[in-house]
Design a protein around this ligand. Structure first.
Ligand SMILES: CC(=O)CC(=O)SCCNC(=O)CCNC(=O)[C@H](O)C(C)(C)COP(=O)(O)OP(=O)(O)OC[C@H]1O[C@@H](n2cnc3c(N)ncnc32)[C@H](O)[C@@H]1OP(=O)(O)O
Ligand SMILES: NC(=O)C1=CN([C@@H]2O[C@H](COP(=O)(O)OP(=O)(O)OC[C@H]3O[C@@H](n4cnc5c(N)ncnc54)[C@H](OP(=O)(O)O)[C@@H]3O)[C@@H](O)[C@H]2O)C=CC1
Length: 291
């Protein structure tokens, strides 16, 4: 089945990037969020990121206008029902995601493939809360979506081959590369990346190095484009903590214990770039380390 219309749930940093790349690839996109403000902010960000691509010569002015015209927004989740493909990209909390699926299910077209951009949560368990576990899978983009080449595709225990093949064809049409992961906590990328970030936070917590020293070490000593603390702020510390908790609970190994300092930052509401403060303070001209 060819996918033409795509619904995106959640207009945060991932949702806006997902809407952006689908619209640029020619899909009709409907973006939804619980807040009208988030939808407005997403549209502004998409326009700014398209401008950035246009100024670099990666796309033309017509491409940009056509992409923007393909994106519609709605605060009514059930408007997404008839879409060929739905990608849920709301907050990394299982209860939030299952509530979305339970509200959506009675309104879905029979052929709709339902997917989640979750970073870590069991696809099989999310699928079991819908009427279509065979047409449900993980469709995991990386941040920033317009820049990162990879999409992880995750089959739940019941996902059928036609749904998987349809999603794989979509990844190819987006010009991205798929990696297939089995449905275990945090899949491939975050199984490896997030313990490294958590270890960087332990390194800070134990006083081995400052924020600046840790990030400089990995940038200049291991050629990472961002230091691990800068990257944690970029991803969102709430999302990092949620992923560590899924690894810790799902694999029952103390090596995945979230660093207490990560928990403290999240408790303070210092979630990184999106709230203006995390391991760096972003409220001034340039980011300032907080430790
Ligand atoms: C948590 C999960 O579940 C999974 C994850 O996503 S884990 C996170 C994965 N992501 C990463 O690891 C990102 C690591 N960081 C990087 O790769 C880089 O720092 C970065 C690409 C984000 C920025 O790169 P940079 O060189 O510092 O900045 P900048 O020069 O502004 O951007 C690089 C390019 O990306 C483009 N770009 C950056 N953000 C963009 C956006 N949101 N939209 C469109 N284009 C964008 C820039 O225009 C620029 O394009 P050119 O190469 O054509 O010049
Ligand atoms: N950040 C990252 O680097 C990556 C994140 N992901 C995954 O993508 C998903 C989204 O993450 P991210 O974009 O960073 O998170 P954000 O916090 O930036 O955005 C989440 C958005 O979802 C909205 N939302 C919450 N509940 C609902 C609901 N019931 N219906 C519709 N929208 C809702 C939030 O609104 P409000 O703010 O009002 O609550 C917010 O606008 C998560 O599953 C995350 O794990 C995947 C890859 C990378």
């Amino acid at each position: 089945m060819e996918i033409r219309t795509v619904g995106v749930v959640g207009a945060g940093q991932m949702g806006n990037g997902i809407a952006h790349v689908f619209a640029l690839a020619g899909y009709e996109v409907t973006l939804t969020d619980v807040s009208a403000e988030a939808l407005e902010k997403a549209r502004t960000l998409i326009e700014r990121n398209l401008d950035r691509q246009q100024s670099k010569g990666a796309i033309s002015a017509e491409d940009k206008e056509a992409a923007l015209a393909r994106i519609s927004t709605t605060e009514t989740l059930t408007d997404l029902g008839p879409c060929d493909l739905i990608i849920e990209a709301a907050t990394e909390r299982e209860a939030v995601k299952t509530a979305i699926f339970e509200e959506l299910v009675p309104h879905l077209a029979e052929h709709t493939i339902l997917t989640s951009n979750t970073s870590s949560i069991s696809i099989t368990r999310l699928a079991s809360r819908t009427d279509r576990p065979e047409k449900f899978m993980g469709f995991h983009f990386m941040n920033p979506v317009p820049v990162m080449q990879l999409v992880e595709l995750i089959r739940g225990i019941a996902t059928d081959q036609p749904s998987f093949d349809a999603c794989l064809a979509v990844v190819e049409k987006l010009g991205k590369t798929a990696a297939t992961a089995e449905d275990f906590p945090a899949f491939i990328v975050n199984r490896i990346l997030m313990p490294m970030i958590n270890e960087a936070i332990y390194t800070l917590y134990e006083g081995v190095g400052s924020v600046r020293a840790i990030d400089t070490s990995l940038k200049l000593g291991a050629n990472h484009p961002m230091g691990p603390l800068e990257l944690a702020d970029f991803i969102g510390l709430d999302t990092c903590l949620a992923i560590m908790n899924v690894l810790h609970d799902g694999l029952a190994d103390t090596k995945y214990r979230p660093c207490p300092l990560l928990t403290k930052y999240v408790e303070a509401g210092w979630l990184g770039r999106k709230t203006g403060r995390g391991f760096y303070d972003y409220r001034g001209e340039t980011p300032v380390p907080t430790r």
